[in-house]
Every structure is written in structure tokens, then in C-alpha cells.
Design a protein around this ligand. Structure first.
Ligand code: SF4
Ligand code: SF4
Ligand code: FES
Length: 365
């Protein structure tokens, strides 16, 4: 460490300061875990939920780690009797109008409020008030379901819609314990500027904003699903996505019950997906989908075939054209819906396998 390096102490760990650091950033780099609910690294910090309050030596009050700039020489304690008392009290207050036993929302999304309350041992006997939050939207959109009972008004969904999507389709509405999520004038999301990207679902920490289709099929908790990383094939951007497979469904063959984005900061799409990538997965089991190769018989009728037979017929057909008309009579066309690797293989097949540069792909036009 150079003599000019600025540092702070987090639970006794010396952490090098980086420009723009919050205490939470510095703690994360020291592998010190601080609970958060309203924090999303893609969004500006607002310090709304108060779960991340920690002690800073010399400060009279507990400070929000997500929204407090880290400074040279700061001494931060994230675990103390005072911090523990704060977390238990805060989460017990949340539980007075939330059901702390529901560790998953409709559709199986994890409810971090309930799991956090269990982990810190928040009291659950402070009485129960009926939730005053209302789903003000009469909304028959096919993708997004809002469950006001689970909402903690952290505004991650509305901030995501505003700061990442620049769409501002949803907003906080109402006051005090009636604060809820709504569109302007409570119109349907379908009539609003919403692009159905589902980013509000992705960022929601409690499962209050969730996938309608997953709720309708009563998808199991996400922790019971198998996540299969894949590449979206709807356009050439190639976003990474996780197919959430219920292994027991479909007579044990497995069924994709939702698509989620990989965690923020891990892939190039940074936790974001569009309406197609997140919701248009029913083609996987569509009855029109080809499930086996087909070869035309002598009468020109397509007949099911094995992969070996189909590849052999393709190879013979291409070799026949080359023999009769020369290599430049062949042309290979790929698609921006394929991955980079698949496109690479097509051009390699054309150039190296058949000696022609006649290879094209739709994103090149
Ligand atoms: S789906 Fe996307 S555009 Fe629609 S409300 Fe949610 S974040 Fe906003
Ligand atoms: S719906 Fe989810 S993300 Fe939006 S305010 Fe409620 S808890 Fe937060
Ligand atoms: S995560 Fe810091 S106040 Fe919510």
C-alpha cells in the first residue's frame, strides 16, 4: 500500500478507499456483510429502508451504510449490541403489517424481509395490523403482478423504472402506512409507458412485484428450482439469462417456470432483460416446435430423421453442389439470434470446410 493511500477501518479490517465509495462498498470489499433491502448497486442510494444502519466512531447516530460516503480514517462497526438492537426493532416494526412467515412471494420469489427478520431474531409478537397498502391498479397485463401485502415501499421498483429504464411508468402513491406502488392515476400498466421489461420484478427484494405466469402455475420457491444459464436468442445483444426449471414438473422432464436475470455485475446485461428475454419463454414447449430433424423423401414430404442421418444428408447435398458447380456456388447464412460461438463455427465451416467466403449474417446488413 503506498504511503498516500487513504484507508478506513471496517470491523477492524483496513480497507483502501476508492473514489465515490460508500461505507457499504468498502465493507463489501472487506467481505463484511451488511443487511440491505432498498439498495441496488444500479440505483442512486436513498437510505429508505434503514436496515443497513451501522456505527461510525464519533457519530452520534447510527448511519446508513448504503448512503454514507466512506472517508479517510473512518472507524466503522457493523456488529454491536446497539446495531443488533436497531435491526431487531426495525424488522419487528416491519412485521407488524407484513407476514413474516412468508419467505416467498407469489410465484416463488424470495422475500428478503422475512428471511432477514428470521436471521436477526426479530420479535414476532408485537401485534399485527392489517396492511393499509392497496393495489390501486386494476391491471390485466399478462406479465407483472403486484402484491401490496408484501411491499415495503423501498421504491427500488420505481427507481429502477426511472433511473435504468427511463420510463417512469410506476410511482410511489399514497402517504404513511398507505404508501403503495401505482401508475399515474392508477391506470393499467398496459395503458402506461411501461415496456414490460420486468426490471421492477428483478429488483424487488420482497417478491411484492412478481411474475404473473409463475404465480398462476404456483411455481415452487426459487431455491427449489434449477437455474440453467443460457443466452437469450431473441436478438443479437445476447443477454445472459437464467432459465428457472422446476425439475419435477412435466412428468419429471422439467419445465421452465420463469426466467430471471443473472445477479447484477456478473454479466454484460448487468441484471437487465427486456420483455422478450424475461417473459417470452413459452416457445420452449410449444406444440409447433420441431423436436427432431426432418428430411424430404423422394416425394418431397418431410419425414422425421435422426441427427446422424440429417447431418449426412446435408453434407452430401453440399458436396454435390460443390462438385457440380464449384465451391462458390455455396453460400452460408447464419443469424444474429445465434451466439457468437455458433456464428464463428458457421464461418469456419464455410471457409475451412468448403473453401468459400460466401458467408453472411443478418446483423451485418
Ligand atoms: S416492467 Fe419495466 S417499464 Fe414496466 S413498470 Fe416495471 S420497470 Fe417500469
Ligand atoms: S414492490 Fe418491491 S421494489 Fe417496489 S416498493 Fe414494494 S417492495 Fe420495494
Ligand atoms: S439499504 Fe441502506 S437504507 Fe436501505
Amino acid at each position: 500500500m503506498s504511503p498516500t493511500t487513504q484507508t478506513l477501518l471496517v470491523d477492524g479490517h483496513v480497507v483502501e478507499l476508492r473514489p465515490g465509495d460508500t461505507i457499504l462498498n468498502a465493507a463489501n470489499r472487506a467481505d463484511v456483510s451488511i443487511p440491505t433491502l432498498c439498495h441496488d448497486p444500479r440505483l442512486k442510494p436513498v437510505g429508505a429502508c434503514r436496515t443497513c444502519l451501522i456505527e461510525v466512531e464519533g457519530a452520534r447516530r447510527l448511519l446508513p451504510a448504503c448512503a454514507t460516503p466512506a472517508t479517510e480514517g473512518m472507524k466503522v462497526n457493523t456488529e454491536s449490541e446497539r446495531v443488533d438492537r436497531h435491526r431487531k426493532t426495525l424488522l419487528a416494526l416491519y412485521l407488524t403489517d407484513h407476514d413474516g412467515t412468508q419467505e416467498h412471494g407469489q410465484g416463488g420469489a424470495p422475500n428478503q424481509l422475512a428471511s432477514m427478520a428470521r436471521e436477526v431474531g426479530a420479535p414476532t409478537d408485537w401485534g399485527q395490523l392489517p396492511s393499509k397498502r392497496r393495489g390501486s391498479i386494476k391491471d390485466d397485463n399478462p406479465y407483472i403482478l403486484f402484491d401490496p401485502d408484501q411491499c415495503i415501499a423501498c421504491a427500488r421498483c420505481t427507481r429502477y423504472c426511472d433511473e435504468v429504464e427511463s420510463v417512469t411508468a410506476i410511482t410511489l402513491a399514497g402517504r404513511g402506512s398507505e404508501t403503495t406502488i401505482s401508475t399515474a392515476d392508477g391506470i393499467s400498466l398496459l395503458d402506461s409507458t411501461c415496456e414490460m421489461c420486468g426490471g421492477c420484478i428483478d429488483t424487488c427484494p420482497t417478491g411484492a412485484m412478481t411474475e404473473r405466469k409463475a404465480a398462476e402455475v404456483q411455481a415452487p420457491p426459487e431455491s427449489d428450482l434449477t437455474k440453467v444459464r443460457s443466452t437469450c436468442n431473441f436478438c443479437g445483444v445476447g443477454c445472459q439469462l437464467d432459465l428457472n426449471v422446476d425439475p419435477a414438473a412435466n412428468d419429471g422432464r422439467g419445465l421452465v417456470v420463469k426466467v430471471t436475470s443473472p445477479p447484477v455485475g456478473t454479466t454484460s446485461n448487468d441484471g437487465n432483460l427486456c420483455v422478450k428475454g424475461r417473459f417470452a419463454y413459452e416457445f420452449i414447449n410449444h406444440e409447433d416446435r420441431l423436436t427432431t430433424p426432418l428430411i424430404r423423401d423422394a416425394d418431397g414430404v418431410l419425414q422425421p430423421a435422426s441427427w446422424e442421418a440429417a447431418l449426412a444428408a446435408t453434407s452430401q447435398g453440399l458436396a454435390g453442389v460443390m462438385e457440380r458447380h464449384g465451391k462458390n456456388a455455396l453460400a452460408f447464412i447464419s443469424s444474429s439470434r445465434c451466439t457468437v460461438e455458433e456464428n464463428y463455427l458457421v464461418q469456419k465451416l464455410a471457409r475451412q470446410g468448403y473453401g468459400t467466403n460466401n458467408v453472411h449474417q443478418c446483423s451485418a446488413t
